[in-house]
Design a binder for this molecule. Sequence first.
Ligand SMILES: Nc1ncnc2c1ncn2[C@@H]1O[C@H](COP(=O)(O)OP(=O)(O)O)[C@@H](O)[C@H]1O
Ligand SMILES: [Mg+2]
Length: 406
Amino acid sequence: MAAITMRGVTKRYPDGTEAVKAVDLDIADGEFVILVGPSGCGKSTLLRMIVGLEDISDGEMRIGDELVNDRAPKDRDLAMVFQNYALYPHLSVRENIAFPLRIAKVPDAEITKRVEEAAKVLELTENLDRKPANLSGGQRQRVAMGRAIVRDPKAFLFDEPLSNLDAKLRVQMRTEIARIQRKYGTTTVYVTHDQTEAMTLGDRVAVLRKGVVQQVDSPRNLYNDPANLFVAGFIGSPSMNLLPGVLRGSTLELPFGSVELPAARVPQGGGAERQVIAGIRPEHFEDASIVGDDDRGHGSTFRSRVEVIEWMGSELYAYLPYSVGGGSVGAKLDELAADLDLEQTSGDDSQIVARFDAASRVSEGGDAEVWVDVRRVHLFDPDTGETLTPRETAGSRDHAPGAVQD
Ligand SMILES: Nc1ncnc2c1ncn2[C@@H]1O[C@H](COP(=O)(O)OP(=O)(O)O)[C@@H](O)[C@H]1O
Ligand SMILES: [Mg+2]
């Protein structure tokens, strides 16, 4: 096991594409770190540079204390698990798992011992003599992991290992991977484009956009204290609502009315009137008619038409239309929406997604009193995209300076 340290790690492909830009990342020994971001943001490239399958154009990659920039993959002592498992169809499960040990000329008795131990943890003991073709997708995935485990590598590296599995199995394997990582305590770097996977698996999550690390933090901190608009929009489902606003002192004017922000939410050095982008998560709205008196005082209430209702059983999503009115803030939101694959358009009309308690009786096409929790409103600078909101949780945001600018 070992720590992985990156300093200014950059990848320029021969055609000039800069896929990874000056990444600084410290992964502690035994830590489970996720690299997450939309397709094409450079996750696989970064992982392949750790493993040695891609040359490093600039910067330093260290595994433990050792600079590995010029080390061949086989000398880095890392185990990579691919999306397509890469199992040998003509070999039994036992021989597939044993494969890297045979290559390394480990004695037979030792191979048997290590393979059987791994099979036990992976619940593959009954299947050791079967061929991959006779296994389910989840079992094949576990064989691929078994092959990584028996090598007792310095780190496990996963590149979207679950994306070929159906939704139910994906959830099951997610728990499995977390369990196995905890049992072995092996340093793990895991790539996914799925923010739910990122949030549930990692000790820490690094969010990438266009090859640049935006924020590295615990799932909770990413959610509560996003460093910029991109992280705010990417983490959370349904996404945070991003609305154009004008801030005067502690008064925030939003498309649906003005709200008074509590002191803890007001940006430092406020003063003059300024344009902002306000971020409010769906769950920080509520049907005002079911908000208790205690909470009511912590928020603002406004009236809105309810265009669509999606009833989810345990909750419902109400779609509240509003008009944005273009301008530079609108353009910024459009650009962000394109990057995030969101449907939010800001050119003309848009909608807020609000999550209401299942007890709500609002009706589609009707009007509703909507409550918004002003303690949870985020503000962002419309030019840089950086947050303006004082941090909720202790500690400083760990992200590359200037990360938001393209
Ligand atoms: N061999 C290559 N040559 C040139 N560009 C590449 C190559 N491989 C990947 N890229 C580009 O680098 C960027 C990052 O790719 P990749 O690391 O695969 O992203 P992700 O895994 O996040 O989807 C993309 O723009 C992709 O098109
Ligand atoms: Mg990829």
